[in-house]
Structures are given as structure tokens and as C-alpha cells.
Design a protein around this ligand. Structure first.
Ligand code: ADP
Length: 162
């Protein structure tokens, strides 16, 4: 039984994340999507909201579970009995940092390996930051996130401003 863990902020989840989730769910027996609960990052969406959004868009994938964690990912991966960490690579700019983290994690725990999935070309530009930037100006985000999340994202900015 291979359990993989896909960590991230998912603030909010985008088509880029969904692509990685769908592809890694085919490779692993079980995929744990783990939301980093890091208040220092000052997220737009609470962990509860991010769990709810991720649950909604993965409910067609029976082997995917949505969780959250704080502290060190490598410790959480061990606790969840995952042997694989999944990360997405968009561009060479992601690479250096990801390589360093992956190597550090292997030193801490050599039983857990990191696998990188390269982004699908159509999402190579896409990040949660871009989605927030466009949404904050009321721009069209329907190419970036699933239709059912669009309203929830706009609502954040209405609430923040109002
Ligand atoms: P973090 O705060 O860890 O960067 P993110 O939520 O931004 O978390 O991303 C989680 C993971 O998803 C990272 O491995 C990131 O490289 C990957 N990812 C984000 N956007 C894309 C995308 N458009 N295509 C492929 N992978 C992506």
C-alpha cells in the first residue's frame, strides 16, 4: 500500500493543484492532501475553508483524503504513514528551493522520498497568488479555479472591503 502526501498552502486551490492531485492519485494507492496551517503566511482562507474547498473539488476521487497540519511536513508525513511526498514544479524558479527542502527531508527521514511532478503546460503560469491578485480587482478567474469556487473567492474580497 503506497500512501503519498501532497502538501501546500492551497490558498486557494487552483487548476494547477487539481492537475497534480488527479495525476498523483493515479500513482498512489492513497493520497493525503495536507494543508499547511501556517498563520505566519497570513492566508486569505482559513484552514477550515481550504479543507472545504479541496473536499468539494476532490469528491470524485475516492482515494484522496484532505487534512491539515502544522509543524514540520516530514514529521507529519511519518505520522500519516506516507512514504512519498509529492510536489509540483512549475519552472526552474521552483526547483532550487524544492531541491533543498527535499534533500533536507531525506536527511531527517530517509524512508520518505519526494517525487516531483512537472506542471501541465497550460497551468505553468498559475499560482494562488495570481488568482488572489486578479480576484482582488474583480477580474475574471474562471480560467484559474473551478466554477464552483469562483463565487467564494470573490466573496472574500467583498467581505474584506465591506
Ligand atoms: P506552497 O505554499 O507550499 O508553495 P502552494 O499551495 O502554492 O504551496 O503549492 C503546493 C504545491 O503545488 C507546490 O509543490 C507547488 O509547486 C505546486 N503547484 C502550485 N501551482 C502549481 C501549478 N500551476 N502547476 C503545478 N504545480 C503547482
Amino acid at each position: 500500500m503506497k500512501r503519498a502526501i501532497y502538501p501546500g498552502s492551497f490558498d486557494p486551490v487552483t487548476f494547477g493543484h487539481i492537475d497534480i492531485i488527479e495525476r498523483s492519485a493515479k500513482m498512489a494507492d492513497e493520497l493525503v492532501v495536507a494543508i499547511l496551517n501556517n498563520s505566519a503566511k497570513n492566508p486569505l482562507f482559513s484552514v477550515k475553508e481550504r479543507v472545504s474547498m479541496l473536499e468539494e473539488i476532490t469528491n470524485h476521487l475516492p482515494n484522496v483524503e484532505i487534512t491539515y497540519f502544522d509543524g514540520l511536513l516530514i514529521d507529519y508525513a511519518k505520522k500519516m504513514e506516507a512514504s512519498i511526498i509529492i510536489r509540483g514544479l512549475r519552472a526552474v524558479t521552483d526547483f532550487e528551493y524544492e531541491l533543498q527542502i527535499a534533500q533536507t527531508n531525506r536527511i531527517i527521514n530517509s524512508h520518505i522520498d519526494t517525487i516531483f511532478l512537472t506542471t501541465s503546460l497550460e497551468y505553468a503560469y498559475l499560482s494562488s497568488t495570481i488568482v488572489k491578485e486578479v480576484a482582488s480587482y474583480g477580474g475574471d478567474i474562471s480560467n484559474f479555479v473551478p466554477e464552483k469556487l469562483v463565487h467564494r473567492i470573490y466573496q472574500k474580497y467583498t467581505n474584506v472591503q465591506g
